[in-house]
Design a protein around this ligand. Sequence first.
Ligand code: HEM
Length: 257
Amino acid sequence: MAGTDYSSYLRIDELLDLQHPLTVGAHDEMLFVVIHQAYELWFKVILHELDYATAELQAGRPQRAMAPLHRTTRVDELLIAQLRVLETLTPEGFLKFRDPLKPASGLQSGQFRAIEVLGGLDGATPADASSLSDHDREELRRRFGLPNLFTALCASLRAHGFDAPDGDATELRERRIGALVALYRDHATPERAVLHRVCELLLDHDEAISRWRFHHALMAAREIGSRPGTGGGGVAYLDTTIASRFFPELWEVRNRL
Ligand code: HEM
């Protein structure tokens, strides 16, 4: 056949040959494998969009960051919705295939960690980063050296005349928050409206991932109770992650208006 056909373009045969449950006769393991693979594909899309948005913000072009950030927030909602599908897995159905999975765990998702790094969570990787593959560790090291979404936002703010310096010192943080407060109080001009919209899209992303963390922890409690997780942390560990936020300064603005 001339030209491109559906199956060969999308590599459907290879894609459908990638699901290999470990336990014979465990009906629910197919869902478990597919849902994790689907998450990793959506993580790939999120990183593709966020990398683009970060580069545009860093270059002082917030207008061009809006579409990829908007798409990211739509995909974030899919991540949350998929948890409802996973919750059709019963605890006893999960136990039928769970033991052979150890020590594999979502803790080892390099792409999830990369999304966290883009969100500015340098400390998010659990202390025992050895659970990540060499390739993932290398990729995270590369990303730590690049601008993240928030530092790129600050670059855009500076390009539009705001005093939004980089740096961890309290004085620098206060200047950034002051710039954000000024923007939130007055975003009537088209230029300021775009910057304000970008801030709110970033907050949408932050809020959605927090909702995912909370719902994932509840889902995990529903499946495994207080047993250790396959990666050893369990729901007690997940509960410690629920309060983390990508962009604390965008939340702090709310207190200063
Ligand atoms: C029956 C289904 C699932 C259960 C019971 C479960 C449970 C857990 C538990 C207990 C942890 C903490 C580490 C550990 O002890 O292993 C964890 C971490 C994690 N899981 Fe799941 N999980 C499930 C499905 C998923 C799915 C479908 C994803 C999608 C990729 C996912 C992504 C993650 C991520 C990214 C982490 C690390 C979170 C962090 O460090 O903040 N999990 N999971």
